[in-house]
Structures are given as structure tokens and as C-alpha cells.
Write a protein that binds this ligand. Structure first.
Ligand SMILES: Nc1nc2c(c(=O)[nH]1)N[C@H]1C(S)=C(S)[C@@H](COP(=O)(O)O)O[C@H]1N2
Ligand SMILES: [Mo]
Length: 245
């Protein structure tokens, strides 16, 4: 199935009651936009990419397509929820379970957190318990096709029961930690703004754990009426640009 990158109707997320089956404060979106802090272009990735994995006493490893292909393949069909208030329904991801990879590496027992980093410098910190859930993938396919750059190819993390900010695109590194590391990834003015809206340590959508410092209810309106229309427009322009190449 191919999905639209842009629908005018998705510019303003519909008001009123949330459709059935969606977590609190979310609205259905019919397109699946390219989204995040990096709207315009895919980051530069090496010709033969790999994912570096380190920490918790394991020997640092670089996983490439061949090493990932040794793990069992898994399918996950799930809605995808962005903290800005949109939910894309029924995306089908394919890849390997992060838990299978973790168990294969046999890390030390004191690991509590995992930090995932993308080629664009984006990062997210996951509590290990969330990261090792039975639906958390390192995905390389979406809706039956190879994962496109705009959605985080060649590999991305997908944890659909958490807000989209935990699903790091263009995955290049996984670090295991024995206490909570920082998820800051920008040291500038937008970085400051992002810190106010810091990711929630767990970010579980059904619990509406949107942000660490500000209550979920207080950001819903601003996201839906201001931030999303701007972000969605930028994402469309970015997607057009990458598609043209
Ligand atoms: N590398 C990277 N991963 C990222 C982001 C980003 O900017 N860079 N944005 C996050 C956010 S906020 C969301 S909602 C999802 C969006 O995924 P999509 O572009 O496939 O819709 O990616 C997440 N992962
Ligand atoms: Mo997001």
C-alpha cells in the first residue's frame, strides 16, 4: 500500500471527539507524513551502513544487513502516534525484534536504559523494560516495501506503544546504559525549546506521557492548532524535495 504524504484535510487535525481506538488526545491522519526535527533531507548515510551497539559489558558490535538477517523476522501492525497529536492507522512494519538482538548479545544484568541515535543526530532514551517489549522492532520494511528514507531507512526503531519520538529513524547506534543518559541532541535556540518539551522518560501513548516537564493537557491545543500545521507543511516540502532526486 502506498500512502499519501500530504492531505489538505490533515493540515488541521480534526476537532471534536477522538475516534474510537485511539489514545487520549490523538486524532487520525490519513496521510503518513515525514516528520520530526529533520524535515528537509535525509541524513547522509554510509554506502554500507551498520548499527553500532555498545555498553553493558558487551563487545562493541557493528550490525549490518547480514548480521541482522540471522535474527528471526517479525511483523508488527500498529497505529503510529506522534506527540503533536496525529495518529497514522495500521502501519505494517517488518524487521527484527530488538529483544531478540539484545538476548543474542548477552549484556550485563545492570543495564537499565538504552539510547538510540540516528544519522541526523536525533536521539531517544528508552527504559529497557519498554525497549524490550514484544512489539519493538528494528524495522527495514514498511507496508510491504523497503523502508524509504523519509520514514527512516535503511533501519529505524519502531516502538508503536510509545510516542513517535522514541522511534528513532536512520538508526546508527544503540548504547546500553546502567543509568539514565541524556537525550539532548541540539545545543542552540531550537535545542532550548526542545528541552522545555523534553521527551517523557517513558512516553507511553495510552498513559499520555507526552513530556517530562509539562502536563500533557497543556500542550494538546498548541500542538494541534499551531505546531502541527507548520510542521506538516514543512514535512510536505521536505518530502517533495527528496522525491524529486
Ligand atoms: N532520526 C530521527 N528520528 C526521528 C525523528 C527525527 O527527527 N530524526 N523524529 C521523531 C518524531 S517526533 C516522530 S513523530 C517520528 C516520525 O516518523 P515518520 O517521519 O516516519 O513519520 O520519527 C521520530 N524519529
Ligand atoms: Mo513526533
Amino acid at each position: 500500500m502506498t500512502r499519501d504524504l500530504f492531505r489538505v484535510g490533515d493540515l488541521f487535525l480534526r476537532r471534536g471527539r477522538a475516534p474510537a481506538g485511539l489514545p487520549p488526545g490523538q486524532r487520525e491522519i490519513s496521510a503518513y507524513p515525514r516528520y520530526g526535527t529533520n524535515f528537509v533531507r535525509d541524513p547522509v548515510t554510509p554506502r554500507s551502513p551498520s548499527i553500532e551497539i555498545s555498553g553493558a559489558g558487551i563487545e562493541t558490535a557493528w550490525l549490518d544487513a547480514a548480521s541482522l538477517s540471522r535474527l528471526p523476522r517479525r511483523d508488527v501492525v500498529a497505529d503510529f502516534h506522534c506527540v503533536a497529536g496525529w495518529s497514522a492507522r495500521d502501519l505494517r512494519w517488518e524487521g527484527v525484534l530488538l529483544r531478540d538482538l539484545y538476548e543474542m548479545l548477552e549484556p550485563a544484568a545492570d543495564a537499565t536504559h538504552l539510547r538510540a541515535c540516528g544519522w541526523d543526530g536525533f536521539r531517544a532514551v528508552l527504559v529497557l523494560e519498554d525497549a524490550l517489549g514484544e512489539d519493538v522492532l528494528i524495522a527495514d520494511r514498511l507496508d510491504g516495501d523497503p523502508l524509504p528514507g523519509e520514514h527512516g531507512g535503511p533501519w529505524r526503531l519502531v516502538s508503536a506503544s510509545q510516542y513517535g519520538y522514541k522511534s528513532v529513524k536512520h538508526l546508527c547506534r544503540i548504547e546500553l546504559h546502567s543509568r539514565e543518559p541524556s537525550d539532548r541532541h541540539m545545543r542552540c535556540i531550537p535545542g532550548l525549546a526542545l528541552r522545555t518539551l523534553a521527551q517523557h522518560p517513558r512516553g507511553r501513548v495510552w498513559q499520555e506521557e507526552r513530556h517530562r516537564h509539562v502536563p500533557a493537557q497543556s500542550v494538546r491545543w498548541a500542538y494541534r492548532s499551531l505546531a502541527h500545521p507548520v510542521a506538516y507543511t514543512l514535512s510536505y516540502l521536505g518530502a517533495l524535495r527528496t522525491r524529486r532526486r
